[in-house]
Design a protein. Structure first.
Length: 332
């Protein structure tokens, strides 16, 4: 009986199901507890650590610590335009540098977490009411604790369930590719951060910068493919969520659909195609964040709008760089 169970355990569907249940366990527990306000932070902490754990066993543990530290730095830096641009520019440069070693998928997720806490205005609701996390070391450490717990849990689960190292290893970028990638990423992220903080504060403007981190890749071929997959998937997920909000008037049922989208997000994050992951993630975010019909439709519109804007900006920069490179290669 034992050998049969061991063979069953190694089958990918069973392993994925166990991994999914294990990863969602603390999320559900947090959602049902008085600390439910930290569910989003917990989930965001999971993502970089799980990705690192898939690339190398036990790599999720240091990544969890790095993510929590990035959250503290981002919150203490505040949301002023100058400090936000500097912090996010440095984060973009770090992502580009990591591409030379093949770790840009993990670094990208850490930078995404930082963009969310820098550009948004996170608050912690305690006994004394709401307290802004920006500029407060005590609140920043408290918020970072949710990210750290999520990251350490994700690292532990992946270390225990994913035995084969290198299952999600990515190619290393050459020095030239990393330099071009870094230049494009730093310029666009700094510009996007400045626009988000200066002109559309108080919204989910971090989706603009987040999308730039996601769609820009070390090579232009990868970037073009990712842009269309991200934009198409986001539009599909946004439309699906909007239709559900219009058709289903019961908030509890919509929350259930949100959980279904979340499960699909986790499953598709471990496989392909990427556009399906983008669609599932958008549906989960919209249905988990809305409070009524109007807010749900507004969130869907913001998500799609920010993604399309970032995608167009990335395409424009890639085309300009390609044209300049082609002109430089022409014989004099």
């Amino acid at each position: 009986m034992l050998p049969k169970l061991r063979r069953t355990w190694t089958r990918p569907p069973v392993r994925m199901a166990v991994l999914l249940v294990a990863l969602l366990a603390p999320v559900v527990a947090c959602l049902l507890s008085p600390l439910s306000q930290g569910v989003g932070w917990l989930i965001l902490g999971l993502l970089p650590a799980v990705t690192a754990g898939r690339m190398r066993p036990r790599a999720g543990f240091p990544v969890a610590l790095i993510t929590a530290a990035a959250v503290v730095v981002g919150l203490l830096a505040g949301s002023g335009p100058a400090s936000a641009v500097v912090v996010m520019g440095l984060a973009a440069a770090a992502v580009a540098a990591s591409a030379h070693y093949g770790w840009n998928p993990v670094a990208t997720l850490v930078a995404i977490v930082m963009s969310i806490v820098v550009i948004s205005s996170p608050e912690y609701i305690g006994a004394q009411g709401s307290v802004a996390a920006h500029g407060s070391l005590a609140v920043a450490l408290l918020v970072a604790a949710f990210f750290l717990v999520g990251g350490l849990w994700g690292a532990a689960v992946t270390a225990a369930t994913i035995r084969a190292p290198g299952t999600a290893r990515f190619d290393c970028a050459s020095t030239g590719e990393a330099v071009v990638y870094g230049t494009e990423l730093v310029v666009l992220v700094c510009l996007g951060t400045w626009v988000a903080v200066s002109y559309i504060p108080g919204t989910r403007a971090y989706w603009l910068v987040l999308t730039l981190f996601v769609v820009l890749m070390p090579t232009h071929g990868e970037s073009r493919r990712r842009i269309w997959e991200r934009v198409g998937g986001t539009m599909a997920g946004g439309v699906a969520a909007a239709v559900l909000i219009e058709v289903v008037p019961v908030p509890l049922v919509l929350r259930v659909f949100g959980v279904v989208f979340l499960i699909l997000t986790v499953v598709t994050s471990l496989s392909r195609p990427y556009w399906l992951y983008a669609a599932s993630l958008t549906g989960a975010l919209v249905l988990a964040s809305f409070s009524d019909r109007a807010s749900g439709l507004a969130i869907a519109a913001e998500r799609v709008g920010a993604t399309v804007a970032a995608g167009l900006a990335a395409v424009l920069v890639i085309e300009v760089v390609d044209r300049l490179a082609a002109r430089a290669r022409r014989p004099a």
